[in-house]
Design a protein around this ligand. Structure first.
Ligand code: ADP
Ligand code: MG
Length: 251
């Protein structure tokens, strides 16, 4: 363990998650079809699939940012289908970072906690801690416009970390970064998962990210799950040509 992370308390018993016949329609158009999925506590799960197949929608249903049309979302064995996003123990990191341009890095990271009524001392200590983990300590006074793309993405991740979520959701967090930065951030995210021990669900259409980060890959197509398995299992034994093609398997 790096010294920087020595003070982190890894999740001892991270929450798992299950989806039971989850469907979602927007108007007459059904975009998620009867999805059943079991995610163990502490697993790193990657959703892959073509653009428009429902990856973001599925994350938003898990987070509670969209309501399911039918089915149940269970977190740590509890049905949270009707619970507000803020009560689900989930933090989501978006592709677009969604930072407040007029606020400093420190304010951006602490804003959610402040709004939730946490004390100034608690907000400060959580933000400092997250900044250390993410190597942002020297940038706390800067505004997002004065940061590189990689640093902005770190701030977005920091904003999730300060909330001590049980489950992290990442929606293509690195797709706006150039290739070199992407590799660096990918390694950082893998390290975060190792050190924090949380359940993480990560959407990408980058094959390398999927293969290197995932304990388990979920391949989606048109709102259905095509196959679920470890990177090695999907690579060695894809159920069909679609999965094989997506994973880059020679089969
Ligand atoms: P992905 O993230 O895999 O690219 P999305 O989950 O964003 O896919 O979208 C899945 C499908 O749902 C797409 O056909 C998209 O157009 C549709 N969709 C997503 N959000 C909405 C919405 N708020 N209203 C209507 N249709 C939507
Ligand atoms: Mg998406």
């Amino acid at each position: 363990m790096s010294e920087q992370l020595a003070t982190l308390t890894p999740q001892r018993n991270p929450s798992g998650l299950s989806l039971r016949r989850v469907s979602k329609a927007f108007g007459a158009v059904q975009v998620i079809h009867d999805v059943d999925l079991e995610i163990e506590g502490g697993e790193f799960v990657v959703f892959v699939g073509p653009s428009g197949c429902g990856k973001s929608t599925l994350l938003r249903l898990i987070a509670g940012l969209e309501e399911v049309t039918s089915g149940d979302v269970m977190i740590a064995g509890t049905d949270v289908t009707d619970e507000d996003p803020s009560d689900r123990g989930i933090a989501m990191v978006f592709q677009t970072y969604a930072l407040y341009p007029h606020m400093s890095v420190e304010q951006n990271m602490g804003f959610g906690l402040k709004v939730a009524g946490r004390s100034k001392a608690e907000v400060e200590s959580k933000v400092r801690h997250a900044a250390e983990i993410l190597k942002l300590t020297d940038y706390l006074d800067r505004r997002p416009g004065q940061l590189s793309g990689g640093q902005r993405q770190r701030v977005a991740i920091g904003r999730a970390i300060v909330r001590d979520p049980e489950i992290f959701l990442f929606d293509e967090p690195l797709s706006n970064l150039d290739a070199e930065l992407r590799v660096g951030m990918r390694i950082e995210i893998a390290r975060l998962h190792r050190e924090l021990g949380n359940t993480m669900i990560y959407v990408t259409h980058d094959q390398t990210e999927a293969m290197t980060l995932a304990d388990k890959i979920v391949v989606l197509r048109d709102g259905y799950i095509e196959q679920v398995g470890s990177p090695a299992a999907l690579y060695d034994d894809p159920d069909n040509v679609f999965v094989g093609g997506f994973i880059g398997s020679p089969k």
